[in-house]
Structures are given as structure tokens and as C-alpha cells.
Design a protein around this ligand. Structure first.
Ligand SMILES: *[C@@H]1O[C@H](CO)[C@@H](O)[C@H](O)[C@H]1NC(C)=O
Length: 293
């Protein structure tokens, strides 16, 4: 994807500057996460500063957070499976449990060497999803670590890539759309084989001669309300229970909204809100409300 127009390079520069000012207070994977499946395919290194997931023909692997969260800003840096990653999916998401669960998803769909990954996003509320938006990225996500973030407060959910908003899901309860606000969620990630659908709709299969496939994680940071024994750490009377609470009231300012529009204009490849064929009785209510969903 080449950039032939002015403005983008300036925008990228600003993004880089903002990014380098953000001090990610690195969490510790040993403290914050449990390996959930895949045996030795999931590993923690460097005293808990680095985590890797891998996938081979026998199994993928995954981890989840020890804590449950109800609202917060959650950042993680990922470096995705490089080379021929076709057929593989790296999922990184927040989810509550049960049949009416809420979920906020990033899924990275691999591709042949040199062909672009797809970043697939979705939001489930009360067990119902079908709110997919897909994007190409403006960089190669396999070369370096990049930061993938979710800001989740009672007014909206914002998905960010390197601090650039790519998607906003607003609280539209006033028009009857459920919003995730009562069910605490854990952070999950997994790397698995999905070559029946992931790459070019399932046309390109996983090349097992390239296994094991590996994805890398570092600099986890949750500036979030931890839910434990039915209470939120943010409700505690002791002050400073969360160090920095900008995210609690965060919404997109005009500059962030411009960036969101830039991403949606040049990098969005699928938006459920524009998929009229799929919703013959009319597009979902939240799509009618905002042009920027
Ligand atoms: C893989 O590359 C092809 C060809 O460029 C593209 O059409 C497709 O969207 C890419 N991503 C995935 C996950 O299929």
C-alpha cells in the first residue's frame, strides 16, 4: 500500500511522536496471565516481559488474564506470525462468560508472504455479535511490535492501533442497543488454525511445512477497574485506586476523529453497517445513529 498523497506522512509522524511519549509500564506476564491451552506452545520469557504463542499441526495455544475487568484502557504490543501465515488466526480480545456474554475482538487473519493481514474486529453485546469491521494495516504487523488497545468506558468502546483510533462503538442504549457495562471481562489471546475461512475466505490453506507459527507479546498494560468478589477496584474509597483515569471519560476529540476517518477511508475493507444485503430488514440501529461506527 503506497502513500501518494500529502498529509499521511504528517499524520504518521504525529502518531509516532505520540506513541513514543506514551510510557508503557510493562506488566508481568507471570503475574497477570495464565496459559490456558497448548502446553509448551505458550511460553513466557525474560522474567515475564515477553510471551509467545505457537501453532503446529497438533495444536495452537492461548492465554488469559488472571483478573477480570469492568472498564479500562488495555494495551498490548503484538508482533504477528511472519512469513507465510496463511490460514492462521491470532485472536486478542476481551470477553465475559456465559450465553449472553459481551466481547470486544481483535483478530488477525494471516496471509501468504507479502500479502496483507486482515485485522478483523467485532463487538458482542448480550451474546449477539454480527458487528464485523475489517481493516488492512498501514504497516507490516510481522516486522515489529505494534500496540493494540481498547478503551472501554460507559459511553463507548474505542479500538486503537498505535494510538490511532480505528473503530468506535458508542453506547446506544437510548435507542435499544445493549452496551457492555455489567459483565466483567477477561483478556484472552490465542493462535490457532482457521484455514477453512481465514485467508481469502478459506481458499489459501495453512502450509504446515512452515510450522511452528509464532506470535509475540510484550508491554501489557491495564489501566482498568479490576472486578473481584462482586466489587470494582474503581469504586473503592481509597483514592488513587487507578493511577491514570483519562480513559474513564475518553471520547474522540476532533483530531482523533480525523484519524479515525482516515483509517476508515483508506484501510477499512468491510463494514457491517454498509452490508445492506446482509440485513434485509434494515441495517442495525447503531449504524443509523452514527456515521463513524
Ligand atoms: C491476503 O491477500 C489477498 C491478496 O492480496 C487479499 O485479497 C486478502 O484480503 C488478504 N488477506 C486475507 C486475510 O485474506
Amino acid at each position: 500500500m503506497g502513500f501518494s498523497f500529502n498529509g499521511v506522512s504528517v499524520l504518521m509522524l504525529v502518531a509516532l511522536m505520540v506513541n513514543s511519549l506514551m510510557v508503557a509500564s510493562a506488566g508481568n506476564f507471570y503475574q497477570d496471565f495464565d496459559i490456558t491451552w497448548g502446553d509448551r506452545r505458550a511460553k513466557m520469557f525474560n522474567g515475564g516481559q515477553l510471551l509467545t504463542l505457537s501453532l503446529d499441526q497438533v495444536s495452537g495455544s492461548g492465554f488469559k488474564s488472571k483478573s477480570e475487568y469492568l472498564f479500562g484502557r488495555i494495551d498490548m504490543q503484538l508482533k504477528l506470525v511472519s512469513g507465510n501465515s496463511a490460514g492462521t488466526v491470532t485472536a486478542y480480545y476481551l470477553s465475559s462468560q456465559g450465553p449472553t456474554h459481551d466481547e470486544i475482538d481483535f483478530e488477525f487473519l494471516g496471509n501468504l508472504t507479502g500479502d496483507p493481514y486482515i485485522l478483523h474486529t467485532n463487538v458482542f453485546t448480550q451474546g449477539k455479535g454480527n458487528r464485523e469491521q475489517q481493516f488492512y494495516l498501514w504497516f507490516d504487523p510481522t516486522r515489529n511490535f505494534h500496540t493494540y488497545s481498547i478503551i472501554w468506558n460507559s459511553k463507548q468502546i474505542i479500538f486503537l492501533v498505535d494510538n490511532i483510533p480505528i473503530r468506535e462503538f458508542k453506547n446506544a442504549e437510548s435507542i435499544g442497543v445493549p452496551f457492555p457495562k455489567n459483565q466483567p471481562m477477561r483478556i484472552y489471546s490465542s493462535l490457532w488454525n482457521a484455514d477453512d475461512w481465514a485467508t481469502r475466505g478459506g481458499l489459501v490453506k495453512t502450509d504446515w511445512t512452515k510450522a511452528p507459527f509464532t506470535a509475540f507479546y510484550r508491554n501489557f498494560n491495564a489501566n482498568a477497574c479490576v472486578w473481584s468478589s462482586g466489587a470494582s477496584s474503581c469504586a473503592s474509597t481509597s483514592s488513587n485506586s487507578i493511577s491514570n483515569s483519562v480513559w474513564q471519560a475518553q471520547e474522540l476529540d476532533p483530531n482523533s476523529r480525523r484519524r479515525l476517518r482516515w483509517v476508515q477511508k483508506y484501510f477499512m475493507i468491510y463494514n457491517y453497517c454498509s452490508d445492506l444485503k446482509r440485513f434485509p430488514e434494515g441495517i442495525p440501529a447503531e449504524c443509523r445513529r452514527s456515521r463513524f461506527l
